[in-house]
Design a protein around this ligand. Structure first.
Ligand code: NDP
Length: 295
């Protein structure tokens, strides 16, 4: 037997709530960060039913949890059980990170921080450019807020359910003065070439790995960047089609890693330096590409 001494009775406890939760990479990411940073802490996954969210949050607070990540489907519904929201979370209308305070948990949205970091690393500059955003769910909300904040001249929303796109458009319009358009999977090809096309739907992952939300792949001709928030598979059909037409292609892995690093920084009140962040990302991507992400 080995003596397990990664954490002891004084350990700070962190976790993630979602449903399903089995696929989540966050326990690997956050426990690796705790180890890398030499923190006495542990991070555990919890499957929480939508009807139990209030009790779960109260219980996690009573159990002295320092920080929680929140994933699908609780990112919006959890908000009413928090004692506060930071500005970005308020804008996005969804949280993925909770930090303990004396009065309860405060909500943050680090998806948008991870996304912005990924844009910066890949030198994506949408200011005064046309962006096409496919999807209107949780991830798309973060993308839309970032595109608006970065000053895109136009945002073209493409979504299966018109009402969801309309809600997102209305939300953005309250603080964004650029042009907004809503279209569907038939009409999207009639727009002039956008600078960037972003897939923020779940089309292309899970059982649909051979699917892309862009059915006419030649649409990518002349598009500069294709960005997919999905990271399993590493290269979706959306990205491999875009690559054939010379687009610069980025998947959701950097976004995933940097949203996790941002959560860690919020919980621990620290800034992880650039080099350490890159080292952490490289170790985790090696692990992930060698099958660790499927565990
Ligand atoms: P949501 O359930 O909130 O939204 C799903 C979106 O996909 C909706 O716009 C929905 O359209 C659309 N959609 C689903 N199925 C179809 C379909 N068959 N055809 C067309 N559109 C469809 O999910 P999230 O936004 O939370 O997650 C979306 C993706 O983003 C997931 O793959 C997730 O793993 C990834 N993600 C990645 C992150 C990262 O760090 N890289 C962070 C968060 C999410 P409709 O409105 O019509 O239902």
């Amino acid at each position: 037997m080995n003596v397990f001494n990664f954490f002891n009775g004084a350990a700070k406890v962190y976790g993630i709530i979602g449903n399903p939760i089995e696929h989540s990479f966050s326990p690997v990411l956050q426990n690796s960060l705790l180890d890398f940073m030499g923190s006495n802490g542990v991070y555990v996954p919890f499957k929480v039913d939508e009807n139990d969210i209030e009790e779960a949050i109260k219980g996690l607070f009573k159990l002295n949890f320092e920080g929680i990540n929140v994933t699908v489907p609780h990112k919006k519904s959890v908000i009413k059980y928090l004692c506060g929201l930071d500005n970005t979370a308020q804008k996005v209308g969804a949280v993925n990170t909770l930090k303990r305070t004396n009065n309860g948990f405060v909500g943050y949205n680090t998806d948008i921080i991870g996304l912005e970091k990924s844009f910066n690393i890949n030198k994506i500059d949408v200011s005064n450019k046309v962006a096409m955003l496919i999807g209107a769910g949780g991830a798309a909300n973060a993308v839309a807020v970032l595109l608006a904040q970065m000053g895109a001249s136009d945002i073209i929303f493409v979504n299966r359910t018109f009402d969801n796109a309309k809600k997102l458009k209305n939300k953005i319009s309250s603080f964004y003065s650029g042009n907004v358009h809503i279209t569907d999977f038939e009409e999207m090809y009639n727009y002039n070439k956008p600078y960037i096309v972003i897939n923020a739907t779940s089309v292309g992952m899970g059982n649909g790995v051979w699917e892309s939300p862009v059915k006419k792949e030649e649409f990518f001709n002349g598009v500069e960047y294709a960005f997919d928030v999905i990271y399993i598979p590493w290269k979706t059909k959306f990205l491999s089609d875009a690559e054939k037409y010379g687009c610069k292609c980025i998947n959701g892995f950097d976004m995933l890693i940097y949203q996790g690093i941002a959560s860690y920084e919020i919980w621990h009140d620290i800034t992880i330096d650039k080099k350490s962040a890159v080292d952490i990302k490289n170790v985790l991507s090696d692990f992930f590409l060698n099958g660790g992400g499927d565990k």
